[in-house]
Design a protein around this ligand. Structure first.
Ligand code: ADP
Ligand code: ASP
Ligand code: MG
Length: 429
């Protein structure tokens, strides 16, 4: 029997039918493999929990109301799954109890710490619901608290994995559990600091959790189950006529996700590539399909692949006295970007100016601009899109520019990237 890792995201467990379908997939696979299952919070629960955090932190009196509505949503799912009895209700309400207590108290800690303590309940509850449903179906399954085995530093909201500690904990626990059970169900996205507090790995981080398990357990493969047939030539929510790519190289996958393809978290690929573990991105509504296989040395000619990152800002920084932008300026600018954790998506310099495209986070950007404006003239363009075309051809690039003003564009090897704005529609009176 081999060990496989499966990851189910929020879309796959968004309602009772979704959870039921996941149980069906696990049932179909667990007779021949041991399956470590990583699950995300249901549907948009993490967004809803963020509202609880904000309300509590701002003390606007609505935290309880937001939390109650999240609890109700989970009760409906359990009712739909026919697992809502006294014992399971008590298990779920025990899981919420720490938040109940926290939001009763005054705010005493930093935002990011509070965020991780509250938001992590989403994955704890969804994994318990899936566990109870699988158990009801007679599967040989156990529930694992990922905080016992996935150890991180205390950088709340973007915790760094402590790989040695994590490996050691997994070695101690997982084999033993697989001695008794066919399926382990655990949580994505969350971990535990060495001081025993909840941490999170960054939004959409459950894919990365699955990569971490695959690496530490030397899994035979990782399957990430999605609401799409596999990796497509563009996001089907934004483009028509997209096609599935059957095979992708690790390198291609890491580049695509780095450029902003929202289909898998960019950090997922490295641990898999390091141990040559195949990654399948597969549709949860057609569980026999292979989806896309990501592996090493794929010998194929890729079609043009489009990645869109919206909500970008372009910051133009120029010297006040017409001196050239030199290394000392760049190092000062990058130090500031690092301080505010603004990831540079694209950059360009001229003799006296330097421009960077970053995610448009108004609070961080205004702090950055304030700091830099002491020594530089600083301007900002809002509402930009970054368009990346990998393996481009001229026709695709021309299509991408229709109706757009291109603020800047760069081409390197098979890739074209451009920062664009919609052409304003001016109507004649
Ligand atoms: P999950 O909830 O399982 O984590 P996500 O919503 O995070 O799922 O990711 C799946 C979504 O990624 C798809 O519904 C699709 O809209 C989007 N997506 C973006 N780019 C691509 C792409 N190139 N191929 C497939 N899906 C893509
Ligand atoms: N639930 C988390 C989020 O929505 C993690 C994940 O889904 O990957 O960001
Ligand atoms: Mg996701």
């Amino acid at each position: 029997m081999s060990l496989k890792v499966f990851k189910f995201g929020g879309a796959s467990v968004k309602d009772a039918n979704g959870v039921q379908n996941v149980a069906k997939i696990l049932n179909a696979h667990s007779s021949k493999d041991k399956i470590l299952t990583v699950v995300s919070a249901t549907g948009k629960t993490t967004n809803a929990l963020e509202l609880v955090v904000q309300s509590y932190y701002n003390q606007d009196g609505k935290a309880n109301e937001h939390l109650q509505s999240i609890k109700n949503d989970h009760v409906s799912i359990m009712q739909g799954l026919d697992i809502f009895n006294e014992e399971i209700a008590a298990d779920i309400s025990d899981t919420f109890v720490e938040i109940d207590w926290m939001i009763e108290d005054e705010v005493q800690d930093g935002f990011n710490y509070i965020y991780d303590q509250i938001v992590s309940v989403g994955e704890l509850v969804s994994s318990k619901i899936l566990y109870h449903r699988c158990k009801k179906e007679g599967l040989n399954v156990c529930w694992l608290d990922v905080r016992d085995v996935l150890i991180t530093d205390n950088s709340y909201r973007e915790a760094k994995v402590l790989w040695n500690d994590t490996q050691k904990r997994m070695d101690e626990r997982i084999n033993d559990l697989f001695g008794k059970f066919d399926i382990i169900i655990t949580q994505g996205f969350i971990g535990c600091s060495t001081e025993n507090f909840n941490t999170t790995l960054g939004r959409e981080g459950s894919d990365f959790t699955a990569g971490i398990f695959s690496y530490c357990l030397d899994a035979e493969s990782l399957s990430i189950w999605k609401d799409v047939p596999g990796i497509l030539t563009a996001d089907p929510r934004l483009f028509e006529n997209v096609t599935k790519i059957d095979r992708l190289d690790y390198r291609e996958a890491i580049e695509m996700t780095y450029f902003g393809a929202k289909v898998i978290h960019p950090k997922t690929i490295k641990p898999l590539q390091n141990k040559n573990i195949p990654l399948y991105v597969r549709p949860f509504n057609d569980y026999l399909s292979e989806g896309t296989l990501i592996t090493s040395n794929v010998d194929t000619v890729y079609p043009p692949v489009i990645v869109i990152e919206s909500g970008q800002a372009l910051i133009h920084i120029s010297t006040k006295d017409f001196s050239f932008v030199a290394e000392e300026h760049l190092s000062e600018i990058f130090e500031r970007l690092d301080t505010y954790k603004l990831k540079v998506n694209m950059m360009r310099n001229t003799a006296i100016s330097f421009s960077v495209a970053v995610q448009n986070d108004p609070k961080k950007i205004s702090k950055l601009m304030e700091d830099l404006s002491m020594n530089y003239n600083v301007l900002k363009d809002d509402d930009l899109e970054l368009i990346t075309v990998r393996h481009y051809d001229d026709a695709t690039v021309t299509r991408m520019k229709e109706g757009k003003i291109v603020l800047f564009e760069e081409t390197f090897r098979q890739t074209v990237r451009m920062a664009v704005k919609d052409i304003p529609v001016v109507k004649r009176k």
